[in-house]
Write a protein that binds this ligand. Sequence first.
Ligand SMILES: CC(C)(COP(=O)(O)OP(=O)(O)OC[C@H]1O[C@@H](n2cnc3c(N)ncnc32)[C@H](O)[C@@H]1OP(=O)(O)O)[C@@H](O)C(=O)NCCC(=O)NCCS
Length: 386
Amino acid sequence: MVCDSHGNGDCAKAETVPSPKRTDETVVSLQKNGSMDYNAAITGCGLYSPSRVLDNHDLEKLIDTNDAWIRSRTGIRERHIAGPDETTSSMATIAARRALQDAELDPRDLDLVICTTTTPDYLLPATACLIQSRLGATNAGAFDINAACVGFIYGLTTACQFIRAGGAKRVLVVAGETLSRFVNWEDRSTCILFGDGAAAVVVEATTQSAGVLSTVLGSRGDVEGSLLIEAGGSAMPATAETVAANAHTVRMRGNEIFKLAVRAMAQSARDALSKAELSIRDIRAVIAHQANQRILTAAQEALGISAEQMFVNIERFGNTGAASVPIALTEYIQSNEIDVGENLLLVAFGGGLTWGAVVLRWADIAAVKLERESMLRPTRQYLKTG
Ligand SMILES: CC(C)(COP(=O)(O)OP(=O)(O)OC[C@H]1O[C@@H](n2cnc3c(N)ncnc32)[C@H](O)[C@@H]1OP(=O)(O)O)[C@@H](O)C(=O)NCCC(=O)NCCS
């Protein structure tokens, strides 16, 4: 599936990008014309990583493994594990507050909270509702998306579509995972891979020809057994037997996923670039799902990019599921000065199987904030009522 504001094209046409420095004229054109096409730009981001670190040497004490094997096969040195009082929603709320602070946005100005997770606090209610309430996002709708490790790409695409369709102006996309609670700590082929954490972005309407340029989503449900948590849903409700059989934890056919992952990431990245009418040379950095260093290297080679263009932080986080791409994106944004008009490519694969990619053009965030002010002025009722 390809994101398209009008039915069959790209989210924002790359060739129409004007000079990135737009401030006053953007606001003026918005005031003149109440109905216009909006693009969706990221204006703030934040992450939260639990303080407890489990390194490969700690794992050596739990299972038959060793640091050298894990590092050479996965690139992972350590992962963060949620504390006993932490949950997906508690971590995601902290990440969301940081993203809102970065965007200088009051939570009451959010129209929508989208949480992407495979490890929700509960089956019901949605984790997004818990986050919405803790943030005090009293004017926002809230729902969850489960697209496994591609969740953030699906969430960002959804936010973009809401904004393009006029259904929302300011959307929080937050991804959180507590995978440590769904891992069989006796299964050395899976427990070494996963970690916990959360990250969030604020996505806002802008008249700039920037933000999300194109998106691609894909799925193949016929290989769902390659990565699965079998019990706990309607197909296999929880019983003493399912607990005893460890059926509430991740089961994975690692080799199968490995091959599909490289192919899916490379193809969806190419498709998203083609929709944005860009080439890989136009991309400043690729922010990919951090599942395995060898998958990242293979995808890098398939895309023909340098190691510098492929952002990697798997060594310190492991695979944090849906939170992986936004954690990497947040780290990249916080440690690099991105110029207005530069392009980033986000790409991921995950259980389902699912895959997807997004091409982002960095917006003039100060100008988006000015636009925000003019949009909010008539609707800020709560300032009067407290
Ligand atoms: C899981 C993964 C790291 C395994 O690496 P691999 O090179 O494929 O290793 P294999 O599964 O072929 O196992 C090779 C050997 O290492 C052993 N092994 C597996 N885990 C081990 C561990 N933690 N420590 C030491 N040895 C281990 C296996 O038992 C096997 O031994 P054998 O040859 O005696 O049978 C790799 O397949 C992978 O990363 N796949 C993708 C998974 C993924 O990304 N999932 C998330 C999707 S979002």
